[in-house]
Design a protein around this ligand. Structure first.
Ligand code: A2P
Length: 324
């Protein structure tokens, strides 16, 4: 992977495939909190703080309720001169499952852009390989709302969004190798990104190899295990091997996880709404893990934090975690 840095910033960037997009900063600021919208009234200020600290890549989604505060923070950052132009930012949002129907994709993106007060996204992702009956935006959702997902027609609509210039690039999230194969078999524009759960306890080795071969950048969500959320556990933050490595290096366990993700060639998306931890999480680019430390991490027993039981149903497309 060739790395370059944005002027004045310490975060390395990587050029995305199949897009005219300049480059994606390889550390992003996650805005999903649990429950969604829990600190909606302070989120704008938190994001402004993140911009001040040097974050330039922000990850949101229609379902997170963070699009509007992010949009307000961007407007304020421009007004305050923290950034000179919107082009200095990399903004990702995601299509919720109830809009994962061909004719709903473009209106959903337009609504997202309206929430963000932006003319274009840098990256628009299909949030899950699943469709829900249109009209409701809720998570968890009702199993009876799960309806057949047609990847071909949804992806065609995503391609139209890129063609219209409303997003610079398109991709997917939570897609397995098999589901990526399905998209790739008909895609005119291949997905630039697959955003998935990834951390030392769920390393995604097979999926990462597949994505590398296809030129798809992997983005890691829950790089610290997302403790305290419906999709995370304490296991990563309580892992003894990681604690020992962190202690020996004089780094925090979170920094070890983020550095490890970086050294695997992926883009990590980390969420902290605490100023000190936001700062700490940026401080991962001028030191390395040793071969021995990387080896110890590679040997950790694997356990998925979010098996996705909510997405399984007897009548829907996925009856088991394996199928999902
Ligand atoms: P907080 O927002 O209070 O900092 P993930 O990025 O895997 O989803 O994990 C997010 C969780 O990890 C949040 O609970 C966040 O809490 C916490 N977190 C983020 N950065 C750090 C850090 N450097 N040290 C400890 N906990 C962190």
């Amino acid at each position: 992977m060739e790395l370059s840095t944005i002027a004045g910033q310490s975060i390395p960037t990587f050029p995305l495939y199949s897009t005219d997009e300049k480059a994606i900063p390889l550390l992003g600021f996650g805005t999903a909190e649990y429950p969604f919208g829990a600190s909606i009234h302070t989120l704008k200020e938190t994001i402004l703080e993140a911009i001040k600290l040097g974050y330039r890549h922000f990850d949101t989604a229609a379902i997170y309720l963070s699009e509007q505060p992010l949009g307000e923070a961007i407007s304020d950052a421009l007004r305050l001169g923290l950034i000179k132009s919107r082009d200095e930012l990399f903004i990702t949002s995601k299509l919720w499952c109830s809009d994962a129907h061909h004719d709903f994709v473009l209106p959903a993106l337009k609504k997202t852009l309206q929430n963000l007060k932006l003319e274009y996204l840098n990256l628009f992702l299909i949030h899950w390989p699943l469709s829900l009956k249109p009209g409701k935006y809720e998570f968890p959702f009702q199993k009876e709302d799960i309806v057949p997902f047609d990847p071909k027609s949804v992806w065609e609509a995503m391609e139209e969004c890129q063609g219209l210039g409303l997003t610079k690039s398109i991709g997917v999230s939570n897609f397995s190798c098999k589901k990526l194969e399905t998209i790739l078999s008909t895609a005119k524009i291949p997905p630039a990104v697959n955003q998935v759960e990834m951390n030392p306890l769920w390393q995604q080795k097979k999926l990462r190899k597949f994505c590398e071969e296809k030129g798809i950048l992997v983005e890691a969500y829950s790089p610290l295990g997302a403790k305290g959320t419906a999709w995370g556990t304490n296991r990563v933050m309580e892992c003894e091997v990681l604690k020992e490595i962190a202690q020996a290096k004089g780094k925090s366990l979170a920094q070890v996880c983020l550095r490890w993700a970086h050294e695997q060639g992926v883009c990590a998306l980390v969420k902290s709404f605490n100023k000190e931890r936001m700062k700490q999480n940026l401080d991962i680019f001028d030191w390395k893990l040793t071969a021995d430390e990387s080896h110890k991490i590679s040997q950790l027993p694997q356990c998925k934090g979010f098996p996705g039981a909510a997405f399984l149903s007897d009548d829907g497309p996925y009856k088991s975690v394996e199928e999902l």
